[in-house]
Write a protein that binds this ligand. Structure first.
Ligand code: EPU
Length: 430
């Protein structure tokens, strides 16, 4: 979506140290899949701690398009699936949010049919769905694609041994949701181990599924005849937590995030410590503080969980831009996740990109400028840079941030940040 003068922008004035406590919202990347999973039963499922973000709004539209009745208020979302009749995810919705394809597994499992627009590429590069489709084929589904749609059909899916070429988060989730109603046992090998997968398995089990090994790379699902609606509380958003921890550390303040188990961010926290940030772990909270003048370079390579999360790579790059020394950042998950680097350079960072490597020469004093957000996490990283840049940073195309961060600037403001949302009519800063 191109920037439009009427689209709100974020204005960040650098300087204030961020201090205080902030509660994380429910995890976007869990809530969306739990909403899709509700399709597996006929009835009313209730999800608590659902973040009020644009992607949840889009998934709500997807479910409504299928015939579900969805209500959302005060972080509680109810999905009544009793009137679901359609099995189609249209182009307009899939193009807006790729996670719409997560309805494929549940629809084939329950209705024997799903027709989903092909997602195509996105700002993070080409994103294939071959692993999703191969797994469904292994389970006996027939997959056809034409006119830009993927059509998956199976009278009754059959349990199978499925080896994923790569521990794809989305494929693991789609296959899990397909397997719960299949005939017999499905074993997913090389499955993704992200905490959001564990959260999905918990919800599926409360709906009646039989699952062993959630959180490990081998998940065993014994198909059941029928699933029932259930109630579940979405786990905390580890990426939001990581973003606010960097905000505290970067500004030389002290920020405590609540509602998150430190073990879901272990490698990230150890990298923060190696960079010189003081990190204290509670049972369901994490505190970060430190003096940016003492921060030093660290090398970071993104990997599937429990590796360093790709969704925190951009925010970490902002921290490394001001830390002393040369850091090497390697992006192994998404091909084009350095799209924000040119924007960070406009704020004064010294970064050289070669393929999936970025060499960050730190110790730079950042200065405010106009920047555009190429994607969600990049947007957050640029806002973080604005917190320490001299003068004012104006973030454009912030709809990306709104997709995945609930009340982003409000939460930062509650910690002392000077950040506001505004509509700029004349095309920017003087
Ligand atoms: N891949 C394939 N074939 C497939 C599936 C994936 O080649 O069939 C490739 C992708 O192209 C990509 C890599 O495997 O290069 C990882 O993809 P994965 O399927 O693991 O990711 P995803 O399910 O598409 C989710 C999150 C992302 C997060 C990744 C990795 C949601 C809605 N999205 O995407 O979150 O970065 O897992 O942890 O859960 C974000 O929140 O900003 C975001 C992008």
């Amino acid at each position: 979506m191109p920037d439009h003068p009427a689209e709100p922008r974020l204005l960040v004035r650098g300087g204030p140290e961020l201090r205080g406590q902030v509660s994380v919202s429910g995890a976007k990347n869990s809530a969306l899949k739990l909403m899709a999973a509700s399709l597996l039963a006929s009835g009313v499922s209730v999800l608590h701690n659902v973040p009020d973000i644009q992607d949840v709004g889009t998934m709500k539209e997807v479910l409504e398009h299928l015939g579900a009745v969805v209500q959302f208020s005060d972080a509680t979302l109810t999905v009544d699936t009793r009137a679901v009749r359609s099995h189609v995810a249209p182009y307009e919705l899939v193009q807006r949010m790729r996670a719409s394809i997560q309805i494929m597994g549940p629809l084939v499992a329950r209705f024997g049919h799903a027709r989903v627009a092909m997602p195509g590429g996105c700002n993070l590069g080409p994103r294939k769905i071959d692993i999703h489709l191969r797994g469904l084929t292994d389970m006996g589904a027939v997959v056809d694609s034409e006119h830009g749609f993927v059509e998956v059909s199976a009278k009754k899916l059959k349990g199978a041994s499925v080896f994923l070429d790569y521990p794809s988060v989305g494929a693991t989730e789609n296959l899990l949701m397909a397997a719960v109603l299949a005939d017999g046992v499905t074993v997913l090998e090389n499955a993704a181990r992200e905490p959001e997968i564990v959260d999905l398995c918990k919800f599926l089990m409360s709906m009646g599924a039989e699952i062993e090994g959630a959180g490990s790379s081998t998940i065993r699902v014994t198909g059941v005849e029928e699933m029932v609606s259930a109630e579940h509380t979405v786990l905390g958003d580890r990426i939001e937590a990581g973003t606010f921890l960097i905000a505290g550390a970067l500004t030389g303040g002290e920020v405590e995030v609540n509602g998150i188990h430190p073990h879901v961010l272990e490698l990230f926290l150890s990298k923060l410590r190696s960079a010189g940030v003081q990190v204290q772990e509670g049972t369901r909270s994490i505190k970060a503080s430190g003096d940016p003048r003492t921060y030093r370079a660290v090398d970071v390579a993104t990997l599937p969980f429990p590796g360093f999360p790709t969704d925190l790579q951009a925010q970490m790059m902002t921290l490394l831009s001001v830390a002393d020394g040369v850091s090497l950042v390697t992006e192994n998950v998404f091909e084009q996740r350095f799209g924000f680097v040119d924007e960070l350079i406009r704020l004064g960072a010294d970064i050289r990109v070669d393929g999936n490597h970025a060499v960050v020469t730190g110790g730079r004093a950042l200065t405010g400028a106009i920047v555009r957000c190429p994607d969600l996490r990049a947007g957050a990283a640029l806002a973080l840079a604005g917190l320490v840049a001299e003068g004012c940073t104006e973030l454009r195309e912030i709809h990306h941030i709104d997709r995945g961060y609930e009340r982003f600037e409000e939460k930062l403001r509650s910690l002392g940040a000077d950040i506001e949302r505004s509509v700029v009519e004349d095309g920017g800063l003087v």
